[in-house]
Design a protein around this ligand. Structure first.
Ligand code: G3I
Length: 321
């Protein structure tokens, strides 16, 4: 019987994947589902973030993320890599040093070239810049914006293309699905990089959504097309659909399935939507409950690894495509 990944391949897409982390791997049930063929792609949830990979200016610590790379190789899974330049999960030296434009440029170059160099040939996609926008579409404050202005974005793409010319380079953000001004900001970012004559290959829609609150399919599809019309691909990179209040209701669980299917339909409707990654497949390890207490159960599997109605709805839909 085909898993989600094979069904999605049969529908013409490149992958159906999941985020995962080394800390989850000792759990045998988790491992068995992760490696069962349901997921043909993985993304390290935390271990490739700046604080994990370069905790001080002179140390690079690749061991944890390397385990995810080995796992992908073992399981023959595509590896999406996450993330190079982000305001969050930065080590303290990045936040506290008195950078000048030239010293911060040198740091960006060194971080990107060391990290992408280490994973060269392994990462098929990289989230180069993550979450650079406020909800109103303006640039989000960060050390990078403060010292270098919006030019840090094309600069990061330039360094990334130099470090691994084969990797697909993405801008990645959340709420693009539901916030037109923010989606317009991401259009501006794609153009900013293109106008600087730098390579950008894709826009990642994180897809942290809420049950019953998705835009209509036609709107979601139109939003994706705003980017593919600029010549870049799109993907859902961190999909989870949380119940707004817990415990969830039977009706909410049905709606969650409808919503997972809507996202999948949107990706299928857009030729250059290449894949979907869920941000963990089990509620056991989902970030949502910890960050937004009282909401959650956002994943396709329960915390006890039962497949949910949303899983079956998605599977049934893909079988019918
Ligand atoms: O590893 C430490 C551990 O040593 C410590 O004891 C513990 C105590 O708080 O914290 C652990 O670190 C946590 C880390 O996850 C690993 O579990 C951090 O506190 C926690 O903040 C961190 O949360 C991650 C979050 O990004 C950080 O912003 C989530 O797991 C991860 O799912 C989430 O992922 C982000 C994407 O990267 C970008 N898009 C949004 C998405 C959801 O927030």
């Amino acid at each position: 019987e085909k898993g989600l990944h094979d069904l999605f391949l049969a529908a013409g897409k490149s992958y159906f994947g999941t985020a995962t982390e080394t800390t989850n791997l000792p759990d045998p049930l988790y491992q068995s589902i992760l490696s069962s063929g349901e997921f043909g792609q993985i993304t390290p949830e935390n271990s490739q973030k700046w604080e994990s990979l370069q905790p001080t200016s002179s140390t690079f610590t690749f061991a944890a993320a390397d385990q995810i790379v080995s796992l992908a190789t073992q399981n023959n899974q595509i590896l999406r890599c996450h993330t190079l330049v982000w305001h969050s999960q930065l080590p303290s030296f990045v936040k506290t040093t008195a950078w000048t434009p030239s010293s911060l440029t040198a740091l960006l170059k060194s971080h990107i070239s060391n990290v992408m160099g280490h994973y060269k040939g392994k990462c098929t996609h990289w989230d180069v810049v993550n979450e650079a926008l406020n909800e109103d579409g303006s640039f989000r404050p960060s050390i990078f914006l403060e010292v270098l202005g919006p030019g840090y974005i094309p600069l990061s793409f330039q360094f990334a293309a130099q470090a691994d010319p084969e990797a697909k380079l993405y801008y990645n953000d959340f709420n693009l699905e539901i916030s037109p001004p923010k989606a317009a900001g991401a259009v501006k970012i794609v153009k900013l990089v293109q106008d600087a004559k730098q390579k950008i290959d894709g826009v990642g829609f994180q897809g942290h959504l809420t049950v019953g609150q998705l835009p209509p399919l036609a709107n979601l599809t139109a939003t994706l097309r705003q980017y593919t019309e600029l010549g870049v691909e799109v993907a859902f990179t961190e999909l989870d659909i949380a119940h707004p209040t817990l415990p969830s209701t039977e009706q909410g669980r049905e709606q969650q399935g409808v919503d997972y299917v809507t996202v999948t339909k949107a990706c299928l409707a857009v030729e250059k939507c290449v894949g979907i990654t869920v941000w963990q497949f089990t509620d056991r390890y989902s970030w949502v409950e910890g960050t937004f207490p009282g909401t959650g159960e956002a994943c396709l599997f329960t915390r006890d690894y039962e497949r949910k109605s949303a899983y079956f709805a998605l599977k049934k839909f893909l079988e019918g495509v």
